[in-house]
Design a protein around this ligand. Structure first.
Ligand code: GLU
Length: 507
């Protein structure tokens, strides 16, 4: 009897739920359901510093919004739990010790300085990798001595010094990597926590995952994983690497330039089915190049041979086109008003808006004129409003870019967050808060010179739509060269940006 198919999505809760996570989750789900198998949600929170519970919650909510249902996972349980890696530390220690006992792994006592020197030497020789294996063969006495001195160590895998590591990628065929190109990877960090590689392999094995579908960016890690499976004597799963999501310029889809959070697409009013349809078009083509289909249809007809190997273009225009089809075909006209209300004109939102409207409208007919920007994809921009006091477009773009950095650093997207970020900006660039900073932010968010209070409007627009508008304004201004961006970042890191804006321009 053939084995039941088990796939998983294993996101790290270190940021907003990325569209790439929905993309991968959908293909793992489709694959499992095509073969009547199970789909699992595992949270990979081994990065203690960057993982946050609120991101985990956002990931779960967003994946549910993207029509995904898992058979086992953090929130639903299952017989292979716990499904959160931070609750499995003892398991990883146990498996790491097995490799240490079998002498397939070793304790490495290299200091940061040693590692830096190694990297420099290897780079000079034109060799790849960053570790020369110097602690591979310490004697038991040498190890005991270091340990008794309390020297911190990591555990590394003894990667074979010669030979090759080969695996068959379900979409790309055979991939072979010389072992000499693979570093002795770290399995356990000096704080006793596992690395992604160890935890990922141990969990996939213990959770009986037999098919791993993940992004192309993990191909370089797969040989390391195969070697780990070999060291444990376990059978590796089948690996399928999906093409990277690219923007319309053919570059890796990046949050620096595009809205990449699933939550943005939800807040912006896209229909769930349209979003799912669009995401499954990435890296896959249905027979006859059919572009509009349901999740059930792709599950039924799924064929691994139809996965592409070149990049998948994430094109908003295409998404809009698909969404329009779904509005026409999926939303009966009798339900349209209800859907629109639920999206942006719902009771809760309107009640929040009313205090802003109360003293600002002369007639009810003023309402939409004043608040139109809440209900738009993007407000209409012009250089005139984005560049107050004859500021150059470059100077304005620098201020907008820096605002994004400050907001991201502080992660406070409330009205108070913007208030303090805007004050910081004025100090940083040494410009007038009221005359320069506020008008720029106002223009970016609302497309207007004046209207309802800025900080409240910011809070009501919410993080993802605000962020998208800031990026949109940067694109509109198109004035920050890569060189200037690097200069700005360096200045921002030093908290000295004033010299970047000409005083003459801001008088
Ligand atoms: N935690 C990894 C991620 O964030 C999982 C990669 C994999 O699927 O192995 O994408």
């Amino acid at each position: 009897m053939s084995q039941k198919i088990r796939t998983r999505i294993a996101p790290s809760p270190t940021g907003d739920p990325h569209v790439g996570t929905a993309y991968m989750a959908l293909f793992n789900y489709i694959y499992a359901k095509h073969y009547e198998g199970d789909f699992i949600l595992r949270i990979e929170d081994t990065d203690q510093n960057r993982s946050r519970p609120e991101y985990e919650k956002a990931i779960i909510d967003s994946l549910k919004w993207a029509k995904l249902k898992w058979d086992e996972g953090v929130d639903v349980g299952g017989e292979h739990g716990p499904y959160r890696q931070s609750e499995r530390t003892e398991i990883y220690r146990k498996y790491c010790n097995i490799l240490l006992e079998k002498k397939l792994a070793y304790k490495c006592f290299a200091t940061q300085d040693e590692l830096k020197a190694m990297r420099a030497v290897l780079a000079q020789k034109g060799q790849r990798g960053g570790y020369d294996g110097r602690y591979r063969n310490l004697s038991a006495e040498e190890i005991a001595e270091k340990e008794s001195q309390g020297v911190p160590y990591v555990v590394r895998l003894k990667v074979p010094l010669s030979g090759e590591c080969t695996f068959i990628d379900g979409a790309r065929g055979q991939i072979t990597t010389p072992c000499a190109d693979i570093d002795d990877q770290i399995l356990m960090k000096s704080d006793g926590f596992p690395t992604y590689h160890l935890a990922n392999v141990v969990d996939d094995h213990l959770m009986k995952i037999n098919v791993v579908i993940r992004g192309e960016e993990w191909i370089a890690s797969t040989p390391k994983h195969i070697l780990l499976y070999e060291a444990f004597g376990w059978e590796p799963p089948k690996f399928i690497h999906m093409p990277l999501l690219l923007d319309t310029n053919g570059k890796k889809l990046s949050k620096r330039k595009n809205p990449t959070s699933i939550e943005y697409y939800k807040d912006q009013g896209y229909l769930q089915n349209a979003f799912v349809n669009f995401m499954t078009l990435m890296g896959y083509s249905m027979p006859g190049d059919k572009e509009l289909y349901s999740l059930d249809e792709i599950i039924k007809s799924f064929d691994i041979k139809r996965i592409g190997t070149s990049g998948a273009i994430f094109d908003r225009k295409k998404l809009n086109w698909i969404n329009q089809h779904y509005i026409i075909n999926d939303v009966p006209v009798t339900n349209l008003w209800n859907e629109i209300q639920q999206w942006g004109l719902n009771e809760e939102f309107m009640q929040q808006l009313m205090p802003l409207a109360h003293t600002r409208i002369k007639t009810f007919a003023d309402f939409f004129q004043l608040f139109d920007f809440f209900f738009l994809d993007y407000p209409t921009l012009s250089e005139k409003i984005l560049c107050p006091k004859n500021l150059t477009t470059e100077a304005s773009a620098m201020i907008i870019q820096t605002l994004i950095w400050i907001l991201e650093e502080k992660q406070d997207w409330s009205r108070f967050g913007l208030e303090s970020a805007s004050q910081d900006l004025a100090k940083l660039f040494s410009v007038n808060h009221k005359k320069i900073i506020i008008p720029i932010i106002y223009a970016v968010l609302t497309g207007k010179l004046q209207g309802p209070p800025l900080y409240d409007s910011f809070q009501l627009l919410k993080k993802h739509r605000v962020r998208a508008r800031l990026l949109h304004a940067l694109q509109y201004l198109d004035s920050l060269s890569n060189k200037k961006l690097t200069i700005l970042k360096a200045a921002y890191d030093k908290k000295e940006c004033a010299h970047l804006i000409k005083v003459k321009a801001i008088s």
